[in-house]
Design a protein around this ligand. Structure first.
Ligand SMILES: NC(=O)c1ccc[n+]([C@@H]2O[C@H](COP(=O)([O-])OP(=O)(O)OC[C@H]3O[C@@H](n4cnc5c(N)ncnc54)[C@H](OP(=O)(O)O)[C@@H]3O)[C@@H](O)[C@H]2O)c1
Length: 295
């Protein structure tokens, strides 16, 4: 392909990496792909990608190397012994912030630059309106490749510390996982009485919308203000009341013969916050308990 588009290599052809490669190709970028297990590139090759025979060939093909694998250990497995000098590795895999910091040093020692990233959409969302990723690391290096990376979605740069992309990503994934697991618990609770998840859905959807809204149930905004101010007024929703209520939630699950792991953990957290003296403060004073690991 002859055009002015930057060449890109994609390492890792799982659900995410395959879609990323497809998206780069569709945007006109000469795209080289490689996956540990062969046989996952046929569709991409048919769409114009070049399949590298080895990770070393894949890295040699482009300055910009986009990585999407199960975790950062996979990058080490794939690239150990490969010459990555002068390469810009952009890793969009999940891992922990400290692991990203370590990987950044590992890349630097080998003459490469690692840009860390957390992508906030599932495969069908890649390159679609609203898609975005958190990026951290060397801003000037990111900016040199930003136009190419924008094919995947908006580039939200969050700072020089290479761990920051995952700090944001895991903060958001925590919200995603606990919210949806909570929803599954709630569906199971009503399901124990023969009520379908579909019957619960409008109530659940209304609550989620209201939480994100700015009305009386707009707790995302209300709590942000209270957390940032370190001020937890408890006139209308004191924490002790919530602690007692959270025990009732756990009892409802137990009485229905369901798993109680999540409701019990929530009740235990409330009980600890109450015992630490936050009972008469607002619900948001739970933040103080979360900031101190349990003894
Ligand atoms: N799927 C989503 O909705 C989503 C959304 C946002 C972020 N993510 C993150 O994106 C990353 C990729 O997710 P995915 O859904 O594409 O996962 P996936 O479909 O399970 O693909 C995993 C990829 O990692 C490779 N891999 C695993 N262990 C390896 C190793 N030791 N050495 C080399 N390659 C290895 C696999 O290669 P083989 O084919 O050889 O096994 C495969 O290419 C994950 O970190 C995930 O948390 C996923």
């Amino acid at each position: 392909m002859t055009n002015n588009h930057e060449a890109v290599t994609v390492i890792g052809l799982g659900a995410m990496g395959s879609k990323m490669a497809e998206t780069f190709l569709a945007a006109g970028h000469p795209t080289t792909v490689w996956n540990r297990t062969p046989g996952r590139a046929a569709k991409l090759v048919a769409a114009g990608a070049t399949e590298a025979g080895t990770a070393a060939e894949a890295v040699a093909a482009s300055t910009l190397v986009v990585i999407s694998q199960i975790d950062y250990a996979a990058m080490n497995d794939s690239l150990e012994g490969v010459d990555i000098t002068g390469r810009v590795l952009v890793n969009l895999s999940s891992d922990s912030p400290d692991r990203l910091r370590q990987a950044s040093r590992w890349a630097q020692e080998r003459g490469a630059t690692l840009i860390t990233a957390g992508i906030m959409v599932p495969p069908p969302g890649i390159g679609q309106p609203g898609a975005y990723s958190f990026f951290s690391g060397q801003r000037d290096v990111l900016e040199q490749h930003q136009a190419t990376l924008e094919a995947l979605g908006r580039v939200d740069y969050v700072g020089t510390d290479p761990g920051l992309a995952m700090l944001y990503y895991q903060a958001m994934l925590n919200l995603f996982c606990t919210t949806l697991i909570s929803y599954m618990y709630s569906a199971a609770l009503v399901g124990s009485a023969g009520i379908s998840a579909e019957q619960l859905r409008p109530y659940a959807a209304t609550m989620m919308n209201e939480l994100a809204d700015e009305g009386p149930m707009g707790y995302i905004k209300i709590l942000a203000g209270e957390i940032d101010a370190g001020n937890y007024p408890g006139v209308e929703n004191n924490l002790h009341m919530m602690a007692v209520g959270s025990e009732h939630i756990a009892q409802a699950f137990s009485q229905a013969g369901l798993d109680v792991t999540l409701p019990s953990a929530v009740a235990a957290l409330f009980a600890r916050a109450d015992a630490e003296g936050h009972g008469l403060k607002g619900f948001s004073s739970m933040t103080e308990t979360i900031r101190k690991p349990a003894a």
